[in-house]
Write a protein that binds this ligand. Structure first.
Ligand SMILES: [Zn+2]
Length: 338
């Protein structure tokens, strides 16, 4: 399968900010000095001073506080943001808690116990903090902040393992399912030609993509055919939405291309080159619109400051919901095409 822009280089300069071992993480105990020590995250900054928390939007190192290096932008996860979401069921007596840290918000399951120190554990549900009953919430939060880089590094390792598991589950066979424009659709082999049974621009859950492959087609062929179809749809849909916004705002771009970057939804250079990830086609149109509006806003504001977000709001009023959807999204839940 040909990837038209796989060799684009300017979008790959992301020095992986995440998986570096935490500098000599102290033993997880309630130690006033350790707990109050700031946990510097020099390599990730949140995208807006007013919204320091759970943002997957990574500013990149090397630039001044308000400047973005060309071609760097919305991170998809993997090397940066780690989703920390509440488990479907909490252990008895546990509560869910979230703490803002310089890198991102960290959610965790908090348990009380008779132990004498605060303990940190990565479980299948993410971070679990066990604290003595007499320790106040403020102190617990401070302890989590103090160990944020250690915690995030462990969570990333954990997430990578989850991703490998999810990859294992990807089912490239007749009747498999995948997210498309926010709906779960099904793909089938057989049928005389490739076509989408339904409205491919407004799909309903359970709609069928007929691949036009012989019934004995193997998994790789099914996967590649699905991918080619998705990329074609992504190209057409993004083009349409981009045209819509360009016309409405009077903004001009030099060119745009589909990207298949592993860790970035989109990027924009100061020369007006925009890249948008074809995997956006898994999401509802309002999320696609948000990423487009985000990149277009960079034509006027090459940073993630307050003026930038005002600009995004001009281009796409009410973008906040879509932004939230995207940043709460776990990249591991997208189908794997490798
Ligand atoms: Zn941006």
């Amino acid at each position: 399968m040909t990837e038209p822009d796989a060799q684009l280089t300017f979008d790959w300069g992301l020095p992986a900010p995440a998986p570096r071992p935490a500098p000599a993480a102290p033993a997880p105990r309630l130690d006033p000095a350790g707990a109050s020590a700031p946990s510097p995250q020099p390599d990730t900054r949140s995208d807006s001073p007013t919204d320091a928390a759970a943002s997957p939007l990574l500013d990149l190192p090397g630039a001044g506080p308000a400047a973005l290096p060309p071609g760097t932008d919305l991170a998809l996860g993997g090397s940066g943001f780690v989703p920390t979401l509440p488990p479907t069921t909490l252990p008895a007596g546990a509560r869910w808690r979230e703490v803002a840290t310089p890198a991102q918000t960290i959610g965790f399951v908090l348990l009380r116990s008779k132990r004498r120190t605060i303990g940190f554990l990565i479980t299948d549900d993410g971070l679990r903090v066990t604290a003595p009953r007499w320790v106040g919430l403020g102190e617990i939060d401070e302890a989590v902040r103090g160990k944020a880089s250690w915690i995030l590094s462990r969570l990333r390792t954990w997430q990578e393992r989850q991703q490998r598991v999810a990859m294992h589950r990807a089912r490239w066979e007749d009747g498999g399912e995948l997210p498309y424009l926010g709906q779960t659709i099904r793909f089938r082999v057989g049928g005389d030609r490739r076509h989408f049974a339904g409205d491919a621009l407004a799909p309903q859950a359970g709609d069928t993509l007929w691949l036009g492959l012989p019934s004995g087609a193997d998994g790789n062929r099914i996967r590649d055919t699905v991918q080619a179809w998705l990329q074609g749809q992504a190209r057409a849909i993004i083009q349409t939405r981009l045209d819509h916004f360009l016309q409405r705002t009077g903004l001009a771009i030099t060119q745009w291309r589909l990207s298949s970057a592993r860790t970035r939804w989109g990027s924009c250079t100061s020369q007006g080159h925009i890249m948008l990830n074809w995997r956006l086609v898994h999401f509802a149109v309002d999320v696609i619109d948000y990423v487009i509006a985000h990149e277009l806003a960079h034509l006027r504001e090459m940073n993630h400051g307050p003026g930038f977000w005002t600009e995004v709001g001009h281009i796409l009023p009410g973008y906040e919901q879509a932004r939230q959807t995207l940043r709460q999204h776990d990249p591991a839940s997208l189908p794997s095409f490798t």
